[in-house]
Design a protein. Sequence first.
Length: 408
Amino acid sequence: MFLDKLKRYLRVKDSPQAIKAEYASPRNEYYGKVSERFSIAQTLLYVLLTLVVLISLMINSEWITYENFYYFFSDMGDYITSSDSNIEDVMYSVDRNQSFELYGGKLAVAGNSGFKLYTSSGRLIVDDSEDIGNPKLEASDRYLLMYDSGGTEFRIYNMFTEIFSDHAAGDIFTADVADSGDVVIVTKGDAYNSSIDLYNSKFKLKKSYKLANDYVVDVSLSSNGAKLAVLSYSFNGAEVISKVGITDTSGNGGFNEIKINGSFPLYCEFTSSGRLNVICDDRIVSYEENGREIKEILFGDDGRAVFADMNSDGAAVVVQKNQEYRLIVFDRNGNSVYNDHLSGSTEGIRLYGSFVFVDSDETIMRIDLSSKKVSRVPCRYFGGEMLIKSDQEVLLCLPERVKYIKFE
């Protein structure tokens, strides 16, 4: 029998050492056989687990890298030492041009004197002191992109070092990086009004789009890098023609273009569900991946967008009309989930999940989009940029340091 041979091979048998009669218990043949079978099954499961792990390692060999081992031990070390300091202890150079971003739960600070990356406990893990003129930051799950707005240089970082840098053919206007690692760089040139260069996750130039008449104001890559959206405008005499173009980055086709009449384009961003939100000076619009319109809200006469935030969770825009402010929010599916007045003046907004944070007067206000509940925390710091760490934690990045703000 196969099981008998397997038992002999796996040494599944009675103990070779005899047990004294006074210590022995009555043997039940049925439960003895059940025990043997469970022992065999346990051994087979160990063998199966080993095979599954080996096959998984072979299939996903590209993930077995020094970087990923570093991430693992770095995150573990950060967890162990998370109480050794505080994010409020972080101080950095006061630069003429500054940009802030959260990347993998860590704080990225860029200025014309260089780039720094801090852990959540305030420990410095990346310090790149190479000068850059006017840095801007864009973050994804895998990489952090820093580009010189108005210059030609761009750099890509992971959690512990710079991994790629290059110079574009023209002055960089805007850029984006996807969770897949794909990067898009938009430049201005003499021969074309806009050149859109798409790099793959290996930082090789994948394709380039040349726009002779259009001026690109913003671009967005879907999280997997499969879709690219380009927001631009052109002139027809004195008339401004705004449009959004959507294309499949893996194909050879052109853009599916949608005109937005009577508007000046500002921002565009794909959500985690694949919808595209677009904010213009006089409206907010959401589209499906194929360009079909889902929802549009016009700001009305004299209503103009003054602050906006867009990410994978949706889009939020503050509209000013005379001295009044209104907040409009679209969710990740392109649906309108909030449209109401704001009390007091507004200095900035941030969207995080189902919450919107508003820097208003001498407080930071948190609006729960589900319950419409409003919470406030006093804040008398001016000139800061909000970054949202969680639905209860705000990092207010001041010119020289970080102020940590907690909602109860």
